[in-house]
Design a protein around this ligand. Structure first.
Ligand code: NI
Length: 158
């Protein structure tokens, strides 16, 4: 287990690249998943995608307070509804912005051993699933941002 360096927007174009599908469910994948979870918790994040630690693989970890979810090769099966909420990203530190996302999503993926899994999320989990899956295609929340609310939130906290 180790904390990996989180790549920030504008410093490396790896965040803008498409990640490759995982085909080997080996020890290295397990180490990557363990390190990503450590890195996410250390940074107080609710999700982290492999490109954010410089690895172009379709791997995501999420924990919105309901336990750790590990997703390998995740794909959205269906989504419904729409909701606008405030997002941040560990690769865009100190910023917050509003984004429209589905209210509910169902995702198909594989676990670290390659077994098929499905995860259904509503609210924060749905937002997080969409946000992290976007990272695998080089998309950042700021690309979809309706409004930058960083300054508004700072005022509220003063
Ligand atoms: Ni992010």
């Amino acid at each position: 287990m180790a904390i990996r360096n989180i790549i920030e927007m504008g410093k490396d174009d790896i965040l803008r690249k498409h990640s490759r599908k995982v085909t080997k469910f080996d020890h290295r994948l397990g180490v990557l998943l363990d390190d990503m979870a450590d890195t996410m918790y250390e940074a107080d994040g609710v999700g982290l995608a492999a490109p954010q630690v410089g690895v172009l693989k379709r791997v995501v970890v999420i924990d919105v307070g309901e336990g750790l979810i590990e997703l390998v090769n995740p794909e959205i099966l269906w989504s419904e509804g729409e909701v606008i909420s405030t997002e941040g990203c560990l690769s865009v530190p100190g910023r917050r912005g509003t984004v429209q996302r589905p209210e509910k999503v169902r995702v198909h993926a594989q676990d670290r051993k390659g077994n098929p899994i499905e995860v259904e999320g509503e609210g924060l989990l749905a937002v997080c699933l969409c946000h992290e899956l976007d990272h695998l295609d080089g998309v950042l929340y700021v690309d979809k941002m309706i409004e930058d609310v960083t300054d508004k939130i700072e005022e509220e906290n003063e």
